[in-house]
Ligand binder design. Structure first.
Ligand code: SF4
Length: 104
């Protein structure tokens, strides 16, 4: 009984590690959002926040970018990371879209 419980725990840890690894690999492999993507156009996404159409997106403030948005699924130092607004495709840390929400 003890052996089978230990075996179960060891194999559970193995499965959990494998899932964690494949999730990381999946995030890194996710395609990057292109500016001509229909969702990107609808949200005014730009790879470079300095290129945002400031006349159209008047709420944009210099200094806002994906890297400091609450939706960015990576570290601020990651050049690209998934964003749930784009079905977890990767957006640029220096990018911006109109769904921007300052990270607390
Ligand atoms: Fe970038 Fe935030 Fe827009 Fe996602 S929601 S693209 S992280 S500004």
């Amino acid at each position: 009984m003890k052996t089978s419980r230990r075996t179960f725990l060891i194999s559970s840890i193995g499965v959990a590690s494998t899932l964690a690894l494949s999730r990381t690999a999946f995030a890194a492999d996710a395609p990057k959002v292109e500016e001509n993507d229909p969702t990107a156009q609808a949200l005014g996404y730009k790879l470079d926040a300095s290129k945002v159409d400031k006349a159209k997106y008047t709420k944009f403030v210099a200094g806002q970018d994906c890297g400091n948005c609450s939706f960015y699924q990576g570290k601020a130092t990651d050049a690209f990371a998934p964003c749930p607004m784009f079905a977890n495709k990767q957006v640029a840390s220096k990018g911006w879209c109109s769904a921007y929400n300052k990270k607390a």
